[in-house]
Design a protein around this ligand. Structure first.
Ligand SMILES: C[S@@+](CC[C@H](N)C(=O)[O-])C[C@H]1O[C@@H](n2cnc3c(N)ncnc32)[C@H](O)[C@@H]1O
Length: 249
């Protein structure tokens, strides 16, 4: 089920190369939220579902004291190697975001790049509880997630990337199950070596769809102030394709 984060972990940054290039802009926006919406100064950050550390390392580069946590050791291995190569001091720990037991230790908790979609209606309540417990009073939780309406049930999307001398051809299908608000996400990753040798991997994942209103209502049970923003802008517009949950303890 989690092929993308296990056997393909070494290829994750190459598959999402375009997102890697956007991460500075994303973290500029996150810092604006830290300044404008948090009710305390942000110094210590817990990045949940940190993956290979794309945003985690950008936060560390900007001087935050960051801990990254992820379910998959394969992703963390990549993250630790990148931190070492870039001379950044980040602690990466393996664990389930639902099992964390930090007690008011962080000024901010983040969960980037749709990771919150791994949590269904009951798991998301547990997640909000644990995040709230991990935050100091006035601390902030930030998570971004996509609008299901765009990209669901479209034909396959194909694109290519490079990793060293290997060429990657990635084919995505998304199927929305409206009644259950599930997104079936299927991906074929073909890795082509210069000599033509090709390896192929199939990803089959199930994600939970949330509308901005649902997310706000769910989070309101756990946080004293909850906002939903559009992408990289502190307001929401009718055709926004990505949302940012901002919740203050
Ligand atoms: C789409 S990736 C996002 C990675 C990273 N946040 C980023 O911005 O690139 C989703 C990540 O969620 C992690 N994940 C899924 N379920 C998790 C859980 N219950 N606890 C911790 N991490 C989880 C996966 O291992 C994967 O690294």
């Amino acid at each position: 089920m989690h092929e993308l984060y296990t056997i393909l972990a070494e290829y994750y940054d190459a598959i999402y190369q375009r997102r890697v290039e956007r991460v500075k802009e994303e973290i500029d926006f996150v810092e604006e939220i830290f300044r404008e919406d948090a009710e305390r100064e942000i110094k210590r950050v817990l990045d949940l579902a940190c993956g290979t550390g794309i945003p985690t390392l950008e936060l560390a580069r900007r001087g935050y004291e960051v801990i990254g946590l992820d379910l998959h050791e394969e992703m963390l291995r990549v993250a630790r190697r990148k931190a070492e190569a870039q001379g950044l001091n980040v602690k990466f720990i393996q664990g389930n975001a639902l099992d964390i037991s930090f007690d008011e230790e962080f000024d901010a908790v983040t969960m980037f790049f749709s990771s919150i979609m791994y949590f269904d209606d009951s798991a998301i309540q547990e997640l909000f509880n644990s995040v709230r417990q991990a935050l100091k009073p006035g601390g902030i939780f930030i998570a971004d997630f996509p609008c299901w309406f765009y990209g669901g049930n479209d034909g396959p999307i194909v694109w290519d990337e490079r990793r060293g001398d290997e060429r990657l051809v990635i084919t995505d299908w998304r199927e929305v199950e409206p009644a259950f608000q599930k997104l079936r996400f299927k991906r074929l990753v073909q890795i082509i070596r210069p000599n033509g040798e090709t390896k192929a991997f199939f990803v089959d994942d199930e994600l939970n769809i949330y509308t901005p209103r649902e997310m706000r209502l769910l989070a309101t049970r756990h946080f004293h102030e909850v906002k939903i923003y559009g992408n990289l802008r502190r307001s929401l517009a009718p055709n926004d394709r990505r949302y940012w949950l901002v919740a203050v303890k």
